[in-house]
Design a protein around this ligand. Structure first.
Ligand SMILES: Cc1cc2nc3c(=O)[nH]c(=O)nc-3n(C[C@H](O)[C@H](O)[C@H](O)COP(=O)(O)OP(=O)(O)OC[C@H]3O[C@@H](n4cnc5c(N)ncnc54)[C@H](O)[C@@H]3O)c2cc1C
Length: 91
């Protein structure tokens, strides 16, 4: 332990089990569901729980997956995918 210790916090990473992937598939199946019938809004879930395992790339890819549905012609999305193909970014 460092001598100047200001705070200790415990954190549990996701446990990557078969149940994790089953739950993830269930959530992905709900993407875009109309849950606010009055206002006709759809719900899209992004974040590490929505794609593969617990890491930065999963969080980004979860958002990319949504963007590919909502705005596949997006310039930002195109630029991101060009960077990805060049091996600089998400995978
Ligand atoms: C200690 C540690 C080390 C890690 N090291 C690595 C690593 O080396 N490499 C790697 O790839 N990944 C690593 N990870 C995992 C990585 O940080 C996560 O997978 C990634 O940050 C998930 O991004 P996210 O956007 O889904 O969630 P987060 O980054 O958790 O973002 C969620 C945000 O939502 C905010 N929020 C929560 N509730 C509310 C609310 N009700 N209203 C408004 N805002 C809210 C939170 O404050 C937070 O800013 C590490 C994680 C931890 C904890």
């Amino acid at each position: 332990m460092p001598t100047a210790l200001y705070h200790i916090r415990t954190y549990d990473h996701l446990k990557i089990t078969l149940d994790h992937f089953r739950a993830q598939r269930s959530l992905v199946a709900l993407q875009g569901e109309n849950n606010f019938k009055e206002k006709k809004k759809n719900i899209w879930l992004a974040g590490l729980y929505m794609h593969d395992i617990d890491c930065h790339e999963s969080a980004i890819m979860s958002a990319v997956n949504i963007a590919q549905v909502l705005d596949p012609q997006s310039e930002n999305l195109r630029l991101l995918m060009v960077q990805n193909q060049a091996g600089h970014s998400t995978h």
